[in-house]
Design a protein around this ligand. Structure first.
Ligand code: OGA
Ligand code: MN
Length: 281
């Protein structure tokens, strides 16, 4: 089996061609891993995965994490989070409105995941794309004085789940008291150095970053807004237009991502795994 890597004409992303991820060997894995570090997100098309093979391929990149939203895990699985607008007996079978804002996954924990792997089982004929923003490029585009200003700074990240659940039209279930307790938030550097590439990336996101540590509220918010104008500038953003059986792996250490909406008469049904990472530095 010979695989090739086709980089997209976009600020991030590449397609891995000629690989059945169920049959990956050590040589192919090394190529895929390098492409993951080079391009930030990888698209593997036409994969036919079971929850077990999806988890097994994901686990080659690191130990898997279970998600705090246990009510949306695939029944019987610790590691597959269901993203779906399907309902059974009126009850959503998965998270219907996941990530419809710029974010990096689970940045509100001390040890945020290094990556996530999303498998498209049913895709609407229009809408429901996923956007990826290259945070190496965002950092590189900052003026030198801004880079210097943020170099020593840290930011607080919080999962404001109750706000999402209270949003008009949300069908999110309330958190259990135990889940609430797990959500203390975390503090991370505003600029992180990728542990594998050594490159610097912006690491603040509109979804979960709520404040700059030690800075007055207004000044902190103004700084975050300024950073986000670089972090989400059109020239750092790539778009994944899904096809059924696409598997996409992304690097949470150097990308943000953003789910987009789709007409509600269509079904979008996906499985996600989450790969454990290290403390951002
Ligand atoms: C996620 C996520 C985006 C999407 O799974 O972490 O943000 O387009 N998904 O479903
Ligand atoms: Mn996400």
């Amino acid at each position: 089996m010979s695989l090739s890597i086709r980089p997209f004409a976009a600020p991030a992303g590449a397609e891995v061609i000629g690989l059945n991820v169920d049959r990956i060997d050590a040589t192919a894995f090394a190529q895929v891993h390098k492409a993951f570090l080079d391009f930030g997100f990888l698209v593997f098309r036409d994969q036919h995965l079971t929850p077990e093979s999806h988890a097994a391929f994901s686990a080659k990149f690191g130990p898997l994490k279970t998600h705090i939203l246990k009510q949306y895990l695939l029944p019987g699985s610790d590691f597959i989070l269901v993203l779906s607008n399907k309902r059974v007996d009126g009850k959503p079978v998965g998270l219907e409105d996941a990530g419809r804002y710029w974010h990096t996954d689970v940045s509100y924990e001390d040890l945020p995941p290094l990556g996530s792997m999303l498998y498209a089982m049913e895709i609407p004929p229009e809408g429901g794309d996923t956007l990826f923003a290259n945070q190496y490029a965002a950092y590189a585009a900052l003026p030198a004085d801004l880079k210097n200003r943020i170099a020593p700074l840290k930011a607080r990240h919080v999962f404001n789940y109750s706000k999402l659940a209270a949003a008009p039209g949300s069908v999110r279930e309330k958190l259990t008291p135990e889940q609430e307790k797990q959500l203390n938030g975390a503090v991370h550097p505003v600029v992180r150095t990728h542990p594998e590439t050594g490159r610097k990336a912006l690491y603040v996101n509109p979804g979960f970053t709520v404040a700059i540590e030690g800075m007055a509220e207004q000044e902190g918010q103004a700084l975050l807004q300024e950073l986000w104008s670089y972090a989400t500038a059109p020239d750092v953003v790539a778009r994944q237009v899904w096809q059924p059986h696409d598997l996409v792996l992304w690097d949470n250490r150097c990308l943000m991502h953003h789910a987009t909406t789709y007409p509600t008469q269509y079904v979008r049904h996906m499985h996600r795994t989450t790969i454990a990472g290290t403390r951002p530095v």
